[in-house]
Design a protein around this ligand. Structure first.
Ligand SMILES: [Zn+2]
Ligand SMILES: [Zn+2]
Length: 368
């Protein structure tokens, strides 16, 4: 079908909206009429080639909510007309050994997350567009996606909330619930107070963490962190952040730390903010070649300090997202407060620019 999509004609170039041709959905794929796509910083990194170079035109957008428009062969989870969110995470098959052991990320029967792959979109001159950061693309009127990427959206959950749940929120909130597993009264520090970090703060508050410390170089983000439940804020531009976190935690460092930015050198800082028995969880990341852990000495781990990571909140998709929808409905998590400004697809350049200048999470509204 022909539809509008926002593409960058060359990696790192300006984004433009134009008519493209979208292939028919393949086996176990559905076509989604996109209602909203929220902007994640990963979209910006991906379009700039910072998540890996790609040739020719690129398309992004991976926090997708919409309505199933058409099902390809073999689809059993949804029917046309179903409201869904579409994410990079796959629901596992539930039958292979990794799935049965509770690790659907390692499912052997569902295609893995894929980036910088030929998309089902072509420009009208026939050039294939590269899908830069997901197996679907949200900066378009329609997209195709494998049905394992979908979660049905309850009727009372707005599309833009579904979009926000599809990546940034789960990456922070899920990491705290699934990886940190904080006990009430344990201390928590998050380095980076963007959309992921603020969602992590919501998870820490809900888990009973105390204190909850936010570290960021932007005061506007630290102010937001306080609104979401941070008890203390630290700006590394103004002080020795490690010393300050230790001061707040009576010299020990935190029971839990979470790295929610991609900046280099931050992982060592978070490690140093963590108590000798604590756990460091890495969420923000760069290209693999930039991700050495510097001078962390293995002996530092001998006394029980733990170093781990979490991608997309380590969620079990169709177990966790329905739970998050329920928490939202009951007012336990304030996802509305994460959303900043709304832009139509035609103004996506302004939406991306605004995201680079402190907006927490902008919404691209595609269909009304
Ligand atoms: Zn994302
Ligand atoms: Zn499986």
């Amino acid at each position: 079908m022909r539809c509008k999509a926002a593409i960058v004609p060359q990696m790192g170039g300006d984004i433009i909206v134009e008519e493209v041709e979208l292939d028919e959905p393949g086996y176990r794929e559905v076509r989604i009429k996109i209602m909203t796509c929220t902007i994640c910083h990963s979209d910006i990194h991906a379009l700039l080639g910072e998540h890996g170079a790609y040739e020719g035109p690129g398309i992004a957008g991976h926090e997708i909510a919409g309505v199933v428009d058409k099902c390809g062969g073999g689809v059993t989870y949804v029917r046309p007309g179903d409201r869904v969110l579409c994410t990079e995470v796959r629901a596992g098959c539930g039958q292979c050994e990794p799935c049965l052991k509770g690790h659907p990320w390692f499912c052997e029967n569902i295609p893995p997350m894929s980036f910088r792959v030929p998309s089902p979109y072509s420009r009208l001159d026939g050039t294939r567009v590269t899908q830069t950061c997901s197996g679907a693309s949200g900066f378009a009127e329609y997209t195709n996606a494998h049905e394992a990427m979908l979660v049905k959206l309850d009727d009372d959950i707005p599309f833009e909330i579904g979009s926000a749940l599809a990546c940034g929120f789960m990456s922070g909130f899920g990491a705290v619930l699934n990886r940190c597993q904080i006990k009430p009264g344990e201390s928590f520090v998050v380095v980076g107070a963007g959309g992921v970090g603020l969602s992590a703060i919501m998870g820490a508050k809900l888990s009973g963490a105390n204190p909850v410390i936010a570290v960021d170089t932007m005061d506007v983000k630290l102010e937001a962190a306080k609104k979401f439940g941070a008890t203390h804020t630290v700006n590394p531009k103004m002080c020795d952040a490690v010393a300050e976190v230790k001061r707040i935690t009576r010299g020990y460092g935190c029971d839990h730390s979470l790295v929610a930015v991609a900046a280099r050198g931050v992982k060592r800082t978070a490690f140093d903010m963590t108590a000798g028995w604590g756990q460091v969880t890495i969420v923000g990341h760069q290209l693999p070649e930039n991700e050495g852990l510097g001078d962390i000495n293995a002996v530092e781990l001998l006394f029980g300090k733990r170093l781990t990571g979490s991608v997309m909140g380590a969620v079990n998709l169709r177990r966790d997202i329905p739970a998050y929808m329920d928490m939202y409905r009951r007012g336990m998590i304030d996802i509305d407060a994460l959303l900043s400004n709304r832009f139509p697809l035609g103004e996506i350049k302004a939406a991306l620019d605004d995201s680079l200048h402190g907006a927490l999470k902008n919404v691209v509204t595609i269909h009304d």
